[in-house]
Design a protein around this ligand. Structure first.
Ligand code: CU
Length: 508
């Protein structure tokens, strides 16, 4: 189709400055006796393990299991992929295929407890077994390839599949040649167990980029931020353990509690941050970490021009690709800044420390440039829709609180919106609740046009973006390349499992 998303020539400045420094990152470190200070060295936060594609194919096996992990010095029983926290990073090139075997090694689901109150409610609201407003079957799973522009059908990014405990499924996902360059992720998406499984640790990063995207000499640091539920019984027999914003969540970076991230003054590192969690937002202040930061990509879409930023807000599900440079030598706290979550003030939380050693030399290196899709113009919009987010009392839901889209909680048999392939639409989400909802649309990225009626000059590309409490979000999406069925939902996963999800069908 288009070559607009392919890599552009390297910025002249990047290459020239790198060459002028004379020595690469490792050479410089060896020269001054500080080898190992920096990425992956002693005491430094390591990247997750990585699986790369070869000859156009990425082959991997993901094995969710329930096992003990040491988090914040306490053993916790967590659902994890391949015994890791997080799962392995998958790195592939546009045009590659993913052949991924999902082997569900989680224990059998316990039989549902008969609860007289629930049966009473069932008379009013339908059978308990068909409830789509309460978490259930925490050991049933499947996979979602969050942010990838791929087919939602068959063995591809199909979130309607069910992989029960003891079962296995072979996914096959073909990445288009013109796929956007950036950071994505995988996680379970079986409606009913999503919060329990992602809140426990089931998530991993996916990187799609052409060869040479990250230049030699620019250390690439993947930082997967998770919020592991910190209760004693993290196998979650009782959803009240994790359905609340105030549940005891432990922030981890690549599975580590309060690790140290090291770099040299003047050194550049390419940080790929993923907030792979269930509930809490994560505003970050790079300046307060002693860093100068330049944003190059968001939610798997490159920026047209790199943009200096002091701070960024990550909603659950968001990714940002930033080049950071050590400015101020010393130890700086990396802090989840305070966040006003609707009516609740969330306090600052220390995630780790950034240790900047003096005396480095600037490298000037940047990742290669890549292009975003063209803006979605007024002329392309064939339809405007309004989608209303709400809540209602429902005795089948945890805390009696169910969430709705256009007045109804998730109905697996209803295709709520049905845009046509090859068109673009503008949707306005209207939030009638007192809490923010980060809405995620599968398969196609969208452009944010306005927040609470205020137009955004930049119109950033995202696949997940917050609808403010009692506010609105207006976005535009182009339904390209793939017809079929997928979902749109709140990425506060307890809200999703409590009904804030709808089916979308792209008509051929
Ligand atoms: Cu929500």
């Amino acid at each position: 189709m288009h070559n607009r998303r392919q890599i552009l020539a390297l910025g002249a400045g990047g290459v020239a400055l790198g060459a002028a420094a004379g020595l690469g990152w490792s050479g410089r470190a060896e020269a001054d006796g500080l080898a190992g200070f920096g990425l992956g060295g002693p005491g430094d936060l390591a990247n997750p393990s990585e699986i790369r594609s070869r000859d156009g194919r990425l082959q991997a096996t993901l094995r969710p299991q329930l096992s003990m992990a040491l988090v914040d010095d306490k053993p916790r029983n967590l659902r994890r992929y391949n015994g890791g926290l997080p799962g392995p990073t998958l790195r592939l090139r546009p045009g590659d295929a993913i052949d991924l075997r999902l082997e569900n090694a989680l224990p059998p689901n316990p039989l549902p407890m008969p609860d007289p109150a629930l049966f009473e409610a069932a008379d009013l609201c339908g059978p308990v077994g068909s409830s789509h407003v309460a978490p259930h079957d925490f050991n049933t799973t499947n996979l979602h390839f969050h942010g990838l522009h791929v087919s939602p059908k068959g063995r591809s990014d199909n979130v309607f599949l069910t992989v029960a405990p003891g079962e296995a499924f072979n996914y096959h996902v073909q990445i288009p040649e013109n796929h956007p360059v950036g950071s994505f992720w995988y996680h379970p998406h079986w409606h009913g167990s999503v919060a329990a499984q992602i809140g426990s640790g089931m998530a991993g990063m996916i990187l799609v980029e052409p060869e040479g995207y990250v230049p030699e000499g620019l250390p690439e640091r993947q930082i997967v931020i998770q919020t592991v539920i910190g209760g004693d019984a993290a196998d979650f027999d009782d959803p009240r353990q994790f359905m609340s914003l105030r549940a005891p969540r432990i922030f981890t970076l690549n599975g580590q509690y309060r690790p140290t991230i090291r770099l040299r003054q003047g050194e550049r590192q390419f940080w790929r941050l993923l907030l792979a969690n269930d509930f809490q937002f994560c505003p970050l202040d790079f300046k307060a970490m002693g860093l100068a930061a330049t944003l190059v990509g968001r939610d798997g879409t490159p920026l047209r021009e790199p943009k200096p930023v002091d701070s960024l807000l990550l909603s659950p599900g968001n990714r940002v690709d930033v080049v950071v440079e050590g400015l101020a030598p010393g130890l700086h706290d990396m802090v989840r800044q305070p966040y006003r979550h609707g009516l609740v003030d969330l306090k600052a939380r220390t995630l780790g420390q950034v240790h900047i050693a003096p005396g480095g030399a600037p490298s000037g290196l940047m990742p290669a440039r890549a292009a975003p899709p063209p803006d979605i113009t007024d002329a392309e919009i064939v339809r405007r829709r309004t989608v209303v987010l709400g809540e209602r009392k429902d005795p089948r839901a945890v805390f009696d609180l169910a969430f709705t889209i256009d007045g109804q909680s998730y109905d697996p048999d209803d295709w709520h919106l049905d845009p046509r392939l090859g068109t673009a639409e503008e949707w306005t989400f209207v939030n009638t609740t007192a809490y923010p909802h980060p809405m995620h649309i599968h398969i196609n990225p969208f452009q944010v046009v306005a927040v609470s009626g205020v137009p955004l000059a930049e119109r950033p590309w995202h696949d997940t973006f917050v609808v403010p409490a009692a506010g609105t979000l207006t976005l535009r999406s182009r339904f390209e390349d793939f017809d079929g069925d997928f979902v749109t939902h709140c990425h506060i996963l307890p809200h999703e499992d409590a009904g804030m999800m709808m089916n979308v069908r792209i008509l051929p």
